[in-house]
Design a protein around this ligand. Structure first.
Ligand code: ANZ
Ligand code: ZN
Length: 802
């Protein structure tokens, strides 16, 4: 019979759905397993061949877990709010909801054609009012707990998207999405206090299994830094506090710098002789992004505040104060003590403005460059600190300052609060009204969802207001608190809102009373395995950990962390090794691959393409090789023999393959798992025939990778009423996994009772298990209590019983 992927694949997709074999159940005595992939944004381009790399990998894990007897939840949904849809809607004059509906239909059809074992009965959509009701509900809880607040602030403004961006969305000074210039704009914004969770977001990384690079990136982003705050006094009598990580270098401070936005400048305005020059500099700095301002390579600029100076608290020396844009208002105290001998930026600034450079740690040549790498250096020119190591000096000076009331130890974080409002239409309305009498008032929960009204035009306005602001009827409302006139918030939430908690909704997606029932949350959380992109490490992954911790604090979820294990896949590149893109003309259409070669080949190929965690270029030749392998498997039905069981000649091949495929799946080594199956196929070909039992095992091993063809084989062979995906994952015998066997003796209470042939490198547990599985030993042990088990490697097992 010829292998016809088209008829086979559609048939089994329908059968699975009819039988509901991938539906997870919330009332189940089996152990649970929650497998998760980052739900897609249903873009107009349809599915990219990169999507199935992640989905297939976790599908393999999910399918294997089902075969291992778990109740598996592997859900899917749509992260459907966001700019591309809105921009498309503006350009083509269609409602974003219409665009979303169409895009979802296409994505769904494409995903279903791949035979991924999603539980479609739990499909969610972040733009569905029944879903965003709960996104709004969470926002209200944040507001009620003081973690959502409104603030006038300079924000990142994308000149092309006409929209505020979070710090995380600004990459190398440009908009992450469109690559356009990002400028500073002062606007009133909704903010979320993620900074309140900074320490816990670091500490609790110890509770989870994430790749080291992901943990490191999150820690870096949160940026915990320890040092001290030190009070300098200005000649005006005002206190000027700095944050420093190097209090030991205090004697080397030869000038101070305050950020151009520092409030003290206003206070000193009438004392400054060069106030015009200062103002001009402030205006210039306001136009730059933090990225531009803090770039190390950038030429240092600044203006000396003419008319005031500062006094160094430890030696009473008077030093000048500058404003410069390399000091940010939003970090530390917005003011620094500058130590040019030991800080590169200060050194460059001092050279340019001809300021003194005083060496306080010995070991470098501070006339040539700043000596920064001085952890082992000895203090000089430092009064009470002379002769100490840097570490000793840090401790001593901090104690000294604390005693004198001149400073104290201080921890700072780079992490900033999350700018949460967007001046766009296609997002969740923020359920807050503004009343002149009562201020910002939350909508009563009974009024959720606050639906997104229809508007005539989705164009953002140049003055930075959301299109909702034009909807006078919708905007004008009454205050839930005093009943007086009030205005609705017209900004919407960012795209990250819906994805910050979506994995909780899958658990109980049709619940009208709560975001999910307590019972269901208790059963399913945390997510056992979550795979997604590295690009989300400091965005979605961090945001959702923050929301989850908040929900944990208010007792909505039972676990402090949302995801027990996180992994990341590499990108799939074009055949030329470059990123796939329309402009490069190297985009592979998944529909064409599925159509021509079948979903099983596509799946197998994407898993075989290379190291899962690394980028890999597409290869047409590779696709053909995978197709040939599936055809070889299909043709095994022509070489069936009458023998029973696994034949002696293939015993080692099968045991080895079961072991290796199982272990490789757990370690994300899908490519070597497939290579193992290919080697097993070769061994079978050498044997010339296959027994039904051997074919059964091969079929179950291959099933998570190529689910359709294996189902068809199972049915054709009339193996056993149920489907291949409902069988048990095969077991292996450790002793039969390697040709390299040795003989060990098995003793019971010191008497030799059996001799066993086992793998030479057998582990203790496996050796003892093999011993107990032996018939004679089992008989010896029956009815007795094992009190001790000893394994002397390569020699013997002794079991002591009572
Ligand atoms: C004196 C000093 C001497 C410093 C030295 C460094 C080396 P992290 O590790 O990033 O926390 N700083 C403090 N506030 C700043 C701001 N708002 N804008 C720009 N720079 C600021 O770095 C803390 C160090 O960065 C602080 O320690 C301060 O310079 C500077 F040999 O103080 B240091
Ligand atoms: Zn009111």
């Amino acid at each position: 019979m010829k292998y016809d992927h088209k008829s086979i694949e559609k048939k089994w997709q329908d059968k699975w759905e009819e039988a509901g074999v991938f539906h997870a159940s919330n009332a189940n005595s089996k152990p649970k397993y929650y497998a998760l992939i980052e739900f897609p944004y249903p873009s107009g381009q349809g599915l990219h061949v990169g999507h199935p790399r992640s989905y297939t990998a976790i599908d393999i894990v999910a399918r294997k877990r089902r075969l291992q007897g778990y109740n598996v939840l592997y859900p899917i949904g749509w992260d459907a709010f966001g700019l591309p849809t809105e921009n498309f809607a503006i350009k083509n004059h269609v409602h974003p909801a219409e665009v979303t509906k169409k895009n979802i239909a296409r994505f769904k059809q494409q995903l279903q054609s791949l035979g991924i074992s999603f539980d479609w009965s739990r499909e969610i959509n972040t733009t569905d009012p029944d879903y965003y009701k709960w996104t709004q509900w969470i926002f209200l809880q944040l507001f009620k707990h003081g973690l959502a607040y409104k603030k006038e602030m300079a924000v990142n403004w994308c000149t092309s998207c006409k929209c505020v961006l979070a710090n995380e969305e600004v990459v190398n000074g440009v908009c992450e999405r469109c690559g356009s210039e990002v400028v500073r704009k002062v606007k009133s914004q909704w903010m979320l206090k993620i900074t309140e969770y900074a320490q816990r977001l670091i500490d609790d990384l110890d509770l989870v299994d994430y790749p080291d690079r992901v943990k490191a990136q999150q820690k870096n982003w949160i940026g915990r830094s320890t040092g001290a705050e030190v009070d300098f006094t200005a000649t005006t009598g005002d206190k000027l506090t700095v944050y420093t990580t190097r209090p030991d270098t205090l004697y080397g401070a030869t000038y101070m710098v305050v950020s151009p936005e520092h409030p003290m400048i206003e206070k000193w305005a009438d004392k400054l002789k060069n106030i015009d020059e200062v103002r001009a500099y402030q205006a210039e700095a306001a136009r730059k992004s933090d990225f531009e301002r803090t770039e190390v390579a950038k030429d240092k600029t600044g203006v000396r505040l003419d008319g005031v100076a500062a006094v160094n608290p430890v030696n009473g020396k008077e030093i000048p104060i500058f404003i410069s844009d390399y000091v940010l208002v939003s970090y530390g105290t917005g003011a620094i003590m500058a130590v040019p001998a030991h800080d590169t930026r200060d050194w460059e600034f001092a050279k340019k403005f001809d300021l003194p450079i005083i060496e306080v740690v010995k070991g470098g040549d501070v006339e040539k460059e700043a000596f920064t790498d001085c952890a082992t250096g000895i203090m000089v020119n430092s009064g009470i600190l002379d002769g100490l190591t840097v570490e000793e000096a840090k401790k001593k000076i901090t104690e000294y300052l604390s005693e004198k009331g001149l400073g104290h130890p201080k921890v700072n974080f780079k992490l900033r609060d999350w700018v949460f409002s967007r001046q766009r239409y296609w997002g969740e309305p923020i359920p807050i009204v503004y009343c002149e009498k009562c201020g910002y008032v939350p909508l009563p929960e009974s009024e959720l969802p606050l639906r997104l009204p229809d508007v005539k035009s989705y164009e953002p306005t140049d003055n930075g207001e959301s299109p909702l602001a034009h909807m006078t009827d919708w905007v004008m409302t009454t205050c839930p608190h005093c009943g007086g006139k009030a205005k609705r918030e017209t900004d919407t939430m960012p795209q990250w809102a819906g994805s910050s908690w979506y994995f909780l909704r899958y658990i109980d997606p049709h619940n009208n009373e709560a975001l999910a029932s307590e019972e269901a949350l208790k059963y399913w959380t945390p997510v056992d395995w979550y795979n997604g992109g590295m690009e989300h490490t400091t965005l979605h992954l961090l945001y959702s950990r923050f929301w989850h911790k908040f929900l944990y604090d208010i007792k909505v979820v039972p676990t402090p962390e949302p995801y027990a294990k996180r992994t990341s896949h590499g990108m799939i590149l074009g055949e030329n090794g470059e990123k796939m893109s329309k402009s490069r003309g190297n985009v592979v259409n998944p529909d064409e691959i599925v159509n021509e070669y079948g979903a099983d080949t596509m799946r197998l190929y994407e898993m075989f393409i290379g190291d899962f965690e690394k980028a890999a270029p597409w290869s047409s030749a590779g696709i053909k090789g995978c197709r040939r392998f599936i055809e070889r498997y299909w043709n095994l039905q022509n070489v069936l023999c009458e023998d029973k069981g696994v034949r002696k000649s293939l015993e080692i091949s099968f045991n080895k393959a079961i072991k290796k495929v199982g272990e490789d799946i757990e370690a994300l080594k899908f490519n070597t798992a497939i290579a193992t199956l290919m080697a097993l196929m070769n061994d079978i070909a050498d044997a010339g025939t296959i027994t039904k039992d051997e074919l059964k095992i091969f079929t179950v091993l291959l099933n998570p990778f190529a689910p359709h063809v294996t189902e068809e084989m199972w049915a054709l062979m009339k193996f056993d009423g149920a489907m291949a995906c409902q069988q048990a994952w095969p077991e292996y015998n450790e002793a039969k996994c390697t040709e390299d066997t040795i003989e060990i003796v098995v003793q019971v209470n010191g008497k030799v009772r059996a001799r066993l042939s086992v793998a030479a490198d057998i582990a203790k547990d496996a050796a003892i298990a093999a011993a107990k599985a032996d018939e004679k030993i089992a008989a010896e042990l029956s009815g007795k209590t094992v009190v001790k088990e000893v394994y002397v490697p390569g020699k013997l097992v002794n079991i002591v019983v009572k």
